[in-house]
Design a binder for this molecule. Sequence first.
Ligand code: NAP
Length: 290
Amino acid sequence: MTTILEGRTLANKIKEPLKQRAYEIYKKIGRRASLIGFGWKGDAAGFYYLNKEVEAARKTGIDADIVLLEESTQPKQLFTLLDAVFSKNTIDAILIAKPLPPQLNGLDIAANINPAQDIDGAGLISMGRLFMCKTWAEIENLKTFIPCCPKAVIRLLEFHKINLEGTKVAVIGRSNTVGSPLAKMLTAKNATVTLCHSKTKNLKEITLNNDIVISAVGKINLIKKDFVKKGTILIDVATVVNEEGKCVGDMDFENLKDFCPISPVPGGVGPVTLACLLENIIISAERKIK
Ligand code: NAP
């Protein structure tokens, strides 16, 4: 039996009302909802996805542009750019493509992101608020945004009617973008989470002992058939370009797909993440109107 936990249907469902909502915003305030993305060409994958996000935003009826950072851009210069965007009442949303050049990855940058525009929940205030929540209801009531990729994982699991309460979940990868906030969200959903990383010993022992395995690393074939029990629910967050130029994830999809329910790459978490980002831009603009 093959169960593919695909994400395109859910993504389309999330995106479906957004064009109309974008049009309503335009009618009310006489300008489109707007997004500024910050990125640099040094990280080809991050820059590619930022361009895709900007393109998708434009197709939704959102004004979207990219501020190009250089490898030499200094924190002070980025603060000035962020301040300029913050002070413009006409910018509803910002998105910072990760990773930035090393000198721009510190806490100070996260501290300078205005929470009202922080549609990917990457700033200190948004992230801090998420981590202060114990329950999912508290998370849902936040006035700040939560990171889109982990939120997309939760939505994808729920869309496929996978109940998280009481399950054991292994999350592989502990970044601030995916793994750590995802572990927080799953815990709020009453799952019991083991958060794994590059220094985790006996990863296989952990994955064999969990009901759900979610991988966000970026290493092709990290999770093979002998790493999981039959029927373990597998969510592959990673996006890596293989030697043939194809986009793949961390999991050995071909050998796992008849053994476990599994999300594909592409077509799994990715489209849902993008849909959540677009939805948040619209929500941010609508909040301004209110
Ligand atoms: P990241 O910041 O590089 O984090 C990677 C994580 O993997 C780190 O925590 C690292 O551990 C861990 N790791 C590395 N090697 C490992 C190993 N052998 N075993 C176990 N853990 C290991 O990357 P990220 O930003 O979280 O992104 C992860 C992947 O998800 C990438 O492929 C990215 O393209 C993809 N992604 C997809 C979406 C989407 O919407 N589908 C969104 C965002 C990211 P340490 O902390 O110890 O270094």
